[in-house]
Design a protein around this ligand. Structure first.
Ligand SMILES: *Cc1c(COP(=O)(O)O)cnc(C)c1O
Length: 217
């Protein structure tokens, strides 16, 4: 485990899928990880990170960014509208746009501030009650709304149900992206990123594989 091994496995999966070397980006998901592990990965030269909570990211990344100004940060967890303004300031990309209300809030704040991170629509491919994401049958309409609002929507993201074969969910996400004309796919985590690459992932979100197991206190 660790950054070098995950990078090597990504390159191998790209080759096996007939994809260009370097076409899949690694989002290192640093939530809950001790600061020294995050700093070690930054020292190894990695710059693309993901966090799932606005508050937690606000507590650590402004300081780290002062030292590593070329860091790129993605929000990969659910976003409440009352944290949207803060999220737009902190993150370079929000991967979890999942409802019309949030899209409208982002558009209003974009009008007010003149800036907006790149956006992904999160799709709840497993239609799980407890999971964030728009339902597959409502995804096209949400993408259309984002475009109507002139939001910079560039891709789709999903988190498959733990009990199911993820490849089916990755294939479904790729299908929705193709029919809505979106080029980027954020899918695959530590346990299944190679299968996601085989299905067309353009970025994978790997936490424990890069940093080690998360220890919750
Ligand atoms: C935590 C998290 C990940 C990384 O999970 P690992 O299994 O540790 O690789 C990926 N995506 C999201 C949305 C997460 O919250």
């Amino acid at each position: 485990m660790g950054l070098a091994e995950i990078e090597a496995r990504i390159r191998k999966a790209e080759a096996e899928a007939g994809r260009a070397a370097g076409s899949v980006k690694l989002v290192a998901v640093s939530k809950v990880q001790p600061l020294e592990r995050v700093e070690a990965v930054l020292e190894e030269g990695h710059r693309l990170f993901g966090e799932n909570k606005v508050q937690e990211a606000a507590g650590k990344w402004p300081t780290l960014r002062a030292r590593y100004p070329d860091v790129v940060l993605h929000l990969v967890g659910p976003l409440q509208t009352n944290k949207a303004r803060q999220a737009m300031e902190l993150f370079d990309r929000i991967e979890t746009v999942d409802r019309p209300k949030l899209a409208r809030t982002l558009a209003r704040l974009r009008d007010e501030t003149g800036q907006c991170p790149e956006l992904f629509v999160q799709v709840n491919t497993g239609e799980e009650d407890q999971k964030a994401g728009v339902l597959p049958k409502e995804a096209d309409a949400l993408v259309a709304l984002c475009r109507e609002l002139e939001l910079p929507v560039v891709g789709l993201m999903c988190i498959p149900p733990v009990e199911e074969e993820p490849a089916l969910h990755f294939a479904l996400l790729a299908k929705i992206a193709a029919r809505t004309g979106l080029r980027e796919l954020s899918m695959g985590m530590s346990a299944d990123f190679e299968r996601a690459i085989a299905q067309g992932a353009t970025s994978v979100r790997v936490g424990s594989g890069v940093f080690g197991e998360r220890v919750y206190e």
